[in-house]
Structures are given as structure tokens and as C-alpha cells.
Ligand binder design. Sequence first.
Ligand SMILES: Cc1cc2nc3c(=O)[nH]c(=O)nc-3n(C[C@H](O)[C@H](O)[C@H](O)COP(=O)(O)OP(=O)(O)OC[C@H]3O[C@@H](n4cnc5c(N)ncnc54)[C@H](O)[C@@H]3O)c2cc1C
Length: 517
Amino acid sequence: MALFHDDKGEKKEAIIIRSKIGIIGAGVSGIAAAKQLRQHNPIVFEATDSIGGVWRHCSFNSTKLQSQRRDYEFTDYPWPNNRDNSDFPTHLEILDYLHSYANHFDILKTISFNSKVLHIRFLGSHARPFWHLAVQNTLSQTIQWYGFEFVVICMGKYGDVAQIPAFPRSKGPETFKGKVLHTLDYCKLNNEEATQLFKGKNVAVVGFKKSAIDLAMECALANQGCEGQRCTMVVRTAHWTVPHYWVWGLPLSIFYTNRSSQFLHERPNQGFLKTLLTLLLSPMRRGMSKFIESYLLWKLPLEKYGLIPDHSFDEDYASCQMAILPENFFSEAEKGRIAFKKASSKWWFWEGGIEFDDNTKLEADVVVLATGYDGKQKLNSIMEEPFRSLLDYPSASGVMPLYRGTIHPLIPNMAFLGYVESVANLHSSEIRSLWLSALLDQKFMLPAVPDMLAHTLEEVEVMKRTSRFYKRHCISTYSINHTDQICHDLGWTSWRKNNWLAEAFSHYSSEDYQSQH
Ligand SMILES: Cc1cc2nc3c(=O)[nH]c(=O)nc-3n(C[C@H](O)[C@H](O)[C@H](O)COP(=O)(O)OP(=O)(O)OC[C@H]3O[C@@H](n4cnc5c(N)ncnc54)[C@H](O)[C@@H]3O)c2cc1C
């Protein structure tokens, strides 16, 4: 134990040093990290009273996984029954799976629940970095300081902090006579409360991403029958949505998640020959995107509802924004239970609803802002300078420069898990936890800081060239190659299939990485 003096020189509670590693957050990323780093007896601080993160606190009653089950699976812990089951598990089934994993590997004992990290302070030197964490017990409100040699941040990009649009003066939610809430508030409602919120009400849902779509569907279901009202989705940017993982009879995976498909997509630091190949194959990549779009335009009434995106399918896939449609979504639109209003980002409240810059008004009793979350604000709120400013540095693109999706080259002895998105984020966090574990056990060394920075800058440039939505920090179009690099660091073979045919054309999922630990 050590004594701590605050900024005014006052003596504060002793600092507890019980472990080398502190992990913040017990969502999917935090429990993956706790499992892979268990040789160091880490302490996990979780602000709430349970594990699971977004699946526990940021899901609606109808929320289901939209990745395929076999992709959203720990490499050493298969889904019960059948991993190839094509049903999408509900958020409750996902929570069961995570609990069962945590129990199986005895992870719960490492977690300190109701423990919210309020500040992270750097007290060491570059030669001997050391972090202090102020942890608030959310039940007693007491604050205790802990010291760690290494901190793993797994606080999640979604949930906790709502992203609220800015409104002109006197035209914000306070003007509106009805009820305004964010999806963050909606997640807290039980089935009955959610139904009552929508039943017989004119509802506006602002947004057109996965949460907004699920929400509109819940709203439509609460408004069945002759008393039912309409739910209007306020759509600024239409995104490609898919009814399932099949396109003209072919699995979507053949276009993105097998090794041959990866040759079509640009990836960071790929060398001259691969760059040339990607360039030569770019018409094929565009053709493939058009092929998928042609199916979606045939299958879904996107034209009828003015929902044809003005960007390619490829761009949505490359930014992890492709949403799976709930069953019967467009049937509800056909019945008039779901409507769509295209709008620019300029809209505001009037006392009866929402007003747009094309001088139209939408009447509403309830407005739900499905406008996303501010994961960056969550991080900023606990980091102190200069590290807070370094989070985006040096690219100034709003994307954190994370080497191997994990290490910020300029922030010593700290890792970030769950900040890079991919085809299935559980796998993404698990494989990086494995990599981090090997790094901390000194099985390999990090490159020099300038090399890591150059690497991450190149990655951001590739993301920028691939999709206008690059700020989501998504690596889905080159996820296999990204994992190849991790395998290389770990000393594993990166080509993991049994034969060349499978290597070229079969889908890569988490089970391909299971045998080596
Ligand atoms: C509705 C929804 C559907 C999704 N569907 C998919 C999908 O189909 N496929 C997919 O791959 N991904 C999906 N995602 C993305 C999802 O975020 C990831 O799959 C994954 O669950 C993220 O896990 P995480 O641990 O990184 O973050 P989180 O789940 O957000 O967990 C973070 C944890 O940190 C805790 N925490 C935060 N701040 C503090 C603090 N200061 N101190 C202590 N603890 C703190 C939180 O309480 C939380 O438990 C979805 C996300 C949402 C919101």
C-alpha cells in the first residue's frame, strides 16, 4: 500500500496495489481480457452489478445478435447445442452464454461489481509507468484509489453516454409538449412499460441504424389493431439493410469473410504487389457490391420508401453498419404502421413534434432519439491530460490509433479492447486479449513507437479510402488479414484451414483459431 496526496496536498485513502493489471469494464471485452490475462490475477472494475455490458444494459426486449452465432463465439467455449444454428440468439441468450463462460473459467471472482472508475492518473515515469485508478463504489459512493502497472480499458463504445443532437436555441426538447427519450432510456423499460409507451401514440424515431430499426419494429408491434398509430422513422442517411445472410442464393460470407475475398479489399501496409492486385481487382469489388445491392433492391421495397442509400453496400459493410432487418419489418411499413421521413441533419422541436428545414412538420406524442452513443466522451471523462488529447493523435481523424487494434503507441502500459469493430466483436476482443496476454508475458516485443504510429496512420488512411463512415474504426473488409498479423506476432500459422480449397473459399470464424491455446 502507498499513501496518496490529492492536488491540494491533502492526504487521501491509501492506494491498494493487489494486482499488476487492472481491467475496466466487464462486458464481452472485459471478460475476454480477464480470462486471457488470468495468470496475472487481474482485478476487473465493473460500474454496474452484472457482466455483459450492452447485452445487459443497452438492449431492447427484441434485441438479437446480428452477427452469426458461430462468429460471436469464444474460441474455447462453443455455444451450447449447435453453433451452426442459423437463429440469431436473443440478448438474454447471449447473456446466458457469457455467464456460463464466466462461470466455467471462474472469471467472476476477479470482478469487483458496482465499481465505477472515475479517473485514471499517470504517476509513474516513461521508464516505469504506473497508473492510479479512482474507483467509486456506486452503492456507498466511497472512492478508493488502486495502483496498477498495466490498465486494460474495456468500457465499450456503446451505451452509458447518449449522443444527443444539437438544437437551435429554444427549439430543443424543452419546447415539445410530448415525451422525448433516448434509446439509452428506452433500454431500461421492461416489456410492458415499452408497450405502454408506444401504444396508441404517434411516435417519431430519429435514426436509421440497427437500434432505430428494432425500435420502429417494437413500436409497430405495440400499435397493432384499429387503435394503432404510426411510427415514423426520421432518416438522415439511409443504410443498406439485409433480411438474412444470403444473396441470390449465395452466402454473404463468400464476398467478405474468406481468404480469397480479402484480396479484393485494400488493407493497411500491404506492399506494392498487393496494392497493384487490389487496384486491378477493384472493378470486381465494385461489381460484387452492385451484385449484392441488386439483390437487396429486388428483395426489399427500398425504392418505394425512398430508402436507397446513396453509397455502396461495400461502404456500409466496411464500416460495420450493415443491419439485419427484423422479420416483417417492411410488412409493417406496408400496413402503414411504419413510415419514413427523409430529413437533413437540421431539424428541431416544436410543441407538437418535430419540424424540418424543408418547412414540413411531423406531429408526435413520443420522440425517441436513436442517435447513438458517445463512447469517446466516456473515455475522455476518465482520462487526464495529456493522454486525453492523445487519444486521437496523431491522425486528427477522430479514430484512435491502435496498433493491432489494441495499443496506443503514445500511451504507455495501457491497452484498449472493444474499440476496433469487425464482423463479430466478441472474436475481435478475444483474439486481441490473447495477443495482449502474450505481449505482457514478453513472448514478443512491440515495434518502436514511430513504426507503430506509421502503421496505425496507414490503417486510418485505408479506412478513409474505403468508407465515408470510417470513424467507426471497422476492419471488417480485411479482418482475416488483421488477424493474420496477430497470428504472426503469436508465432501461430496464419493460414488456418486444412486444405487450399477451404483456405480460399470457406468462411473464417472464431473456431479457426481455437486449437492453439
Ligand atoms: C444493441 C446492440 C447490438 C449489437 N449487436 C452486435 C452484433 O450483433 N455483433 C457484434 O459483433 N457486435 C454487436 N454489438 C456491438 C457490441 O457493443 C459488442 O459486440 C460487444 O458486446 C462490446 O463489448 P464491450 O465489452 O467492448 O463493451 P460493453 O458491452 O459496452 O461493455 C463495457 C462495460 O464497461 C462498463 N463500464 C463503462 N464505463 C465504466 C467505468 N467508468 N468503470 C467501470 N466500468 C465501466 C460498462 O458498465 C459495461 O459493462 C451490438 C451493440 C449494441 C448496443
